[in-house]
Write a protein that binds this ligand. Structure first.
Ligand code: C2G
Length: 128
């Protein structure tokens, strides 16, 4: 049973997120998503349109996601990888190299970001 873990805000869920989750899941059997809490988003200087519980409902509705856990800080990844026995850590390549320190605990893979789609772009468009 190969276990995959990834993290993010996943606000205004779009096909770029789904592409990432789909590819992440294809690398193993069980996908855990560390979903940024509203408080952690503030630390990341991100204001999500949907709150944590709403974003969690959307992720749990995604066929590729097996478990959603809260992401409350930058430091928890190592502990999560151990606790959830993750074999592979996945992030989009906008984070290329940023999490290489996790290579001491599991495989680290950065997947190509899906071009021309982002929550910010969608929110701006909807503002009209
Ligand atoms: N993503 C993607 N293609 C896009 C947009 C996002 O592949 N067009 C990926 C990102 O690279 C990331 C994941 O989808 O791996 C979630 O994106 P965000 O919600 O923007 O996550 P972020 O705010 O970067 O938070 O500790 C890690 C952070 O929580 C990551």
């Amino acid at each position: 049973m190969k276990r995959i873990i990834t993290y993010g805000t996943f606000d205004v869920l779009h096909f770029g997120h789904i592409n990432l989750l789909k590819r992440a899941k294809s690398l193993g059997d069980y996908l855990i998503v560390g979903l940024s809490s509203d408080e952690f988003n503030a630390i990341k200087n991100k204001k999500s349109y949907y709150n944590y519980n709403q974003r969690k409902i959307m992720l749990e509705g995604c066929r590729y996601v097996d478990l959603v856990i809260p992401e409350n800080n930058w430091e928890q990844k190592t502990e999560d990888i151990i606790k959830y026995q993750a074999d592979i850590f996945i992030m989009g390549d906008d984070w290329q190299g940023k999490f290489d320190y996790l290579k001491d605990y599991c495989e680290v893979i950065y997947l190509k970001r899906t071009p021309n789609v982002s929550s910010t772009q969608t929110k701006t468009y909807l503002k009209g």
